[in-house]
Design a protein. Structure first.
Length: 329
């Protein structure tokens, strides 16, 4: 019997029954379908718009200098919204599928590729759109970005993260994996404003042979803004365990140093550590991810900063780069 034969036979049977029982059957079918439709609608479908935008940069708490506004291209969920970085956080649970519709409102072609998850790298022309079906893999964190144009599109801000949690709702890094009390996502990046960002944003040709980044961000924030951002800081009571998902969307590696105490490295580049090592610094490679487990072991305020001095600055202004705080009560 073909796939179609069964419903056809069913319809024929309906046609031979009375008008009343036919109405009842149709009503029954509608009732059966309603929960299915509701479930499908809530199954985390996203629409991302590629837009131009800007990222405000605050002044340094040390010097009071450095405030500016940086132009960007980004994936936003607001039609004609501010295309700033990082893009919308995509969330799912392991084993589930969802769709992402990407609408290109920019004047050059772009794409949307989730590293290690989706494979369609073809371009979306200006004014065009494409819908991707994402089959969510194992729990973890994944970088999505525009892979076109020699890293220029990503560098201008077309990147973000997909967070995948366990399907049973447990606070574990993965099924039967390490437990946590709180979770954080750190999407970090660097950019070369004079040679890349401003040149590309104005529609001119970037010389990709030279890349000297002068701005460094965490979750699109720099310096003091990152140190007080509740989505970035590891703030809790002594004993709290944080799962920190880290995505380096930039072109330079970043060495993140956690003060106060050590953490466990759970995974690097999507590969889980068989015996998670304890460290106080982790080098997250450009374009790669990591997950660490950090427990607040003693009261106090401690910094989390990058060990490359340049990355603690914004265009040379100290304490205006990648940083956040560890606050234990
Ligand atoms: Cu340090």
């Amino acid at each position: 019997m073909s796939v179609l034969e069964e419903p056809i036979l069913f319809l024929q049977r309906i046609a031979h029954t009375s008008k009343w029982s036919r109405t009842l059957l149709i009503l029954l079918l509608v009732l059966i379908c309603i929960p299915t439709l509701t479930w499908a609608a809530s199954n985390s479908d996203y629409t991302l718009y590629i837009e131009t935008g800007y990222v405000p940069v605050g002044s340094s708490p040390e010097t009071g200098n450095g405030a500016t506004t940086i132009s960007s291209w980004g994936y936003t969920d607001v039609d004609n919204g501010n295309g700033r970085f990082p893009g919308v956080i995509l969330e799912s649970i392991e084993g589930r599928s969802f769709t992402v519709k990407v609408v290109n409102h920019h004047n050059i072609k772009h794409n949307f590729v989730i590293q290690g998850v989706t494979t369609d790298t073809s371009a979306i022309p200006p004014g065009g759109s494409r819908t991707y079906t994402v089959n969510t893999p194992a729990a973890g964190v994944f970088l999505y970005r525009d892979t076109l144009n020699n890293n220029i599109n990503r560098s201008l801000g077309l990147f973000g993260a997909l967070v995948v949690r366990t399907s049973d709702g447990s606070q574990q890094a993965w099924r039967n994996g390490p437990r946590y009390d709180q979770e954080r996502l750190w999407v970090i990046n660097d950019l070369d404003r004079p040679r890349w960002t401003d040149v590309a944003f104005n529609g001119n040709r970037v010389n990709t042979d030279i890349y000297k980044p002068n701005y460094f961000f965490m979750n699109g924030l720099n310096g003091f803004a990152g140190m007080v951002d509740a989505n970035s800081t590891l703030e809790g009571i002594v004993g709290d365990v944080f799962l920190v998902r880290i995505v380096n969307s930039g072109q330079f590696d970043q060495s993140l140093h956690f003060h106060s105490n050590h953490f466990q490295v759970l995974s690097r580049g999507g590969v889980r550590e068989a015996a998670p090592p304890y460290q106080d610094t982790i080098n997250v490679r450009a374009g790669k991810t990591a997950m660490v487990l950090y427990q607040l072991n003693q009261r106090g305020h401690y910094p989390m900063h990058v060990h490359t001095a340049q990355m603690e600055t914004g265009n040379g202004v100290y304490l205006n780069g990648t940083a956040t705080m560890i606050i234990a009560h």
